[in-house]
Every structure is written in C-alpha cells, then in structure tokens.
Design a protein around this ligand. Structure first.
Ligand code: C2E
Ligand code: MG
Ligand code: MG
Ligand code: MG
Length: 279
C-alpha cells in the first residue's frame, strides 16, 4: 500500500539498501509489466551507419537501439535498464522484440528500393548464452523473410576466457545461417587482439572512447589505425562509432576507414524519422 503513495517513497530510499531500494523495485516491477504487455512501451530507434569511401557518403543501413518510454517512470535509457533486464532474465523477451522489429523494418527498407540496407542488432551475452539462441534468431529471420546477409548481430567481448569456446561455437552456428557478426565496443573490457582472429567475425566496432580522443591522444590515434590495418589483413570490416566532429571524421577518412556512425551524421532516430531521411 505504502508503495502506491508517492509521498511514502522516501521511506524506501536507504543507502545501505542498494540492490533492493525502492527505485530498483519500482524499475523492476514496471519492467516486468512492460515486458508482459507485449513490449509495447519499448521502441526501436535507428542510427544510420555511413560508408564514407563512397561518393557522397552513402547510408548503409542502421543500428537498432532500444528505448523504453515507461508510462509510469518516463524515459529510461538503455544504459540504465539493460543491465537490470539482463539480471532479471527479461533481456530475452525484450531482445527478441527488438530483433523482430529491426528485421521487419529492414526488410521493408530492402523492399522499398534499398536492397543493400543492413540492420545491426545488439545481443547481450545473456541472450547469446540462451540455450536456443540459434533457433530464436533463425526463426525470426525465416518468419520475416529478411535476407540474412542484411542482419548483423553486435556482441561484446564481456565473456571470461573459459566461455570463449562456447561463444565461438554459437557465433559460428549463427554465421552459418548467413547472418553477420560484429564485435562491439572493441578495445574495452576483456578485449584481446587475439579475439579478432579467433572469433568468427565480419565487423569490428571500435569503442567510442578511442574516437573521442583521436585528435589529441597519439595512443588513441595509433590504436584505431592499428585495428584498421589488422582488420584489413584478415578481411574484417571496421566501423568507428561515436564520431561527433568534422575533425575526427577527417582523420578517419585519411586513415581510409570506411564505416562511420555517430552524431556527426545523425543521432539515433525514431523509425518514421529514419525513413523520411534515408528511404
Ligand atoms: P552500443 O551498442 O555501443 O551503442 C552505441 C551507443 O552510443 C548508443 O547509446 C548511441 O546512441 C551512442 N552514440 C552513437 N553515436 C554517438 C556519438 O556520436 N556520441 C555519443 N556520445 N554517443 C553516441 P544508447 O542508445 O544509449 O545505447 C547504449 C548501449 O545500450 C548500447 O551501446 C548497447 O550496449 C545497449 N543497447 C541498446 N539497445 C540495445 C538492445 O536492443 N539490446 C541490447 N542487448 N543492448 C542494447
Ligand atoms: Mg552496438
Ligand atoms: Mg558500441
Ligand atoms: Mg556499448
């Protein structure tokens, strides 16, 4: 009862309470409700990715980024709710919803005169280690009828080394379906240059912290250059995300980086806006 009354909320805030604070319980309850209500409060935004090696910098498609507009709590960013969704096991239904939306939308773009547009969908490690993940992904691709080559799943390297062989197997299975794999946020976490060779990969997305510093920090500059060169040797594409300024863009062009994503071109957009601008 007390929970229903906003005025009583303060009673539940307690610094020693961390994991079970009222705020977290509130978030949890609302997330469970939103998930069981067909994920209607979740919306997929699209941030275009550009090939800057082509005349006029061509849009190649987009990364799908989930947004939660909670009726009760307002707008909550993925950085805030994805970790909790992973913890609660709710990432699977939310992730599947995002995957389906992204595939449906990309299929539409493909049918509307952009047969090469691709969509990237983030997959958390929790989803990836779900027993039937290969079937889940394969079923969505078949149901929607999207060309699997136009779907890229973005994964991070947040796995401990002893899970590596399992992860490699799963990614290998997914790739056999024709779906592409991108390594997200490369250069952070459990990163190892060796993973680039060992994990079945199509694209490396360099973490945005490197591009942030690329104009001022020689290490960041060299890192991006090194990864680009290494990637071209083993036939993997590189995408630099978080590009915000013309100076950064120019440096990357000079390095012959092809794929760029960031506010310099566009923020993530609601579907309608993406379609108005890029279809
Ligand atoms: P990410 O996959 O690395 O996505 C890139 C993030 O950088 C996005 O934040 C995007 O809005 C932001 N970004 C893009 N360009 C720029 C730029 O130029 N400057 C700056 N400062 N930021 C830029 P967002 O949408 O808040 O998502 C945060 C993270 O949440 C994502 O990082 C991803 O790890 C996770 N996430 C988002 N959607 C999903 C989803 O559907 N499923 C899963 N499992 N995770 C998701
Ligand atoms: Mg991503
Ligand atoms: Mg990233
Ligand atoms: Mg990230």
């Amino acid at each position: 009862q007390a929970k229903k009354d906003g005025k009583n909320r303060l009673e539940f805030y307690d610094n020693n309470f961390d994991g079970t604070s009222y705020k977290r319980l509130d978030l949890e309850k609302n997330m469970r409700d939103a998930t069981s209500n067909a994920c209607k409060e979740f919306e997929v935004y699209y941030q275009p990715i550009f090939d800057v090696g082509k005349e006029g910098n061509q849009c190649t498609g987009a990364e799908a980024l989930v947004r939660w507009n909670s009726e009760k709590l307002g707008f909550i960013s993925p950085g805030e709710f994805i970790p909790l969704a992973e913890y609660l096991g709710l990432i699977n239904p939310i992730g599947q919803y995002v995957l389906e939306q992204a595939c449906y939308n990309c299929k539409y773009w493909n049918d509307m005169g952009h047969p090469d547009y691709k969509v990237n969908v983030n997959l958390s490690v929790v989803q990836l280690l779900q027993n039937d993940i290969v079937d889940v992904v394969s079923d969505v691709v078949k149901k929607v009828g999207i060309n699997p080559q136009n779907l890229t799943l973005e994964v991070t390297e947040s796995l401990a080394i002893n899970d590596m062989s399992r992860m490699k197997n799963i990614l290998g299975e997914i790739r056999k379906l024709g779906i592409r794999i991108a390594l997200d946020d490369f250069g952070t976490g459990y990163s190892s240059l060796n993973h680039i060779k060992e994990i079945p990969l199509d694209v490396i997305k360099v973490d945005q912290s490197f591009v942030n510093d690329i104009e001022s920090d020689e290490y960041a500059h060299s890192f991006v250059k090194l990864v680009s060169e290494l990637a071209s040797v083993i036939g993997v594409k590189v995408c630099i995300e978080g590009v915000e300024h013309a100076g950064q863009y120019q440096i990357l062009k000079d390095m012959k980086v092809r794929l760029i994503q960031g506010y310099y071109f566009s923020k993530p957009l609601p579907l309608e806006e993406f379609e108005i601008k890029y279809l």
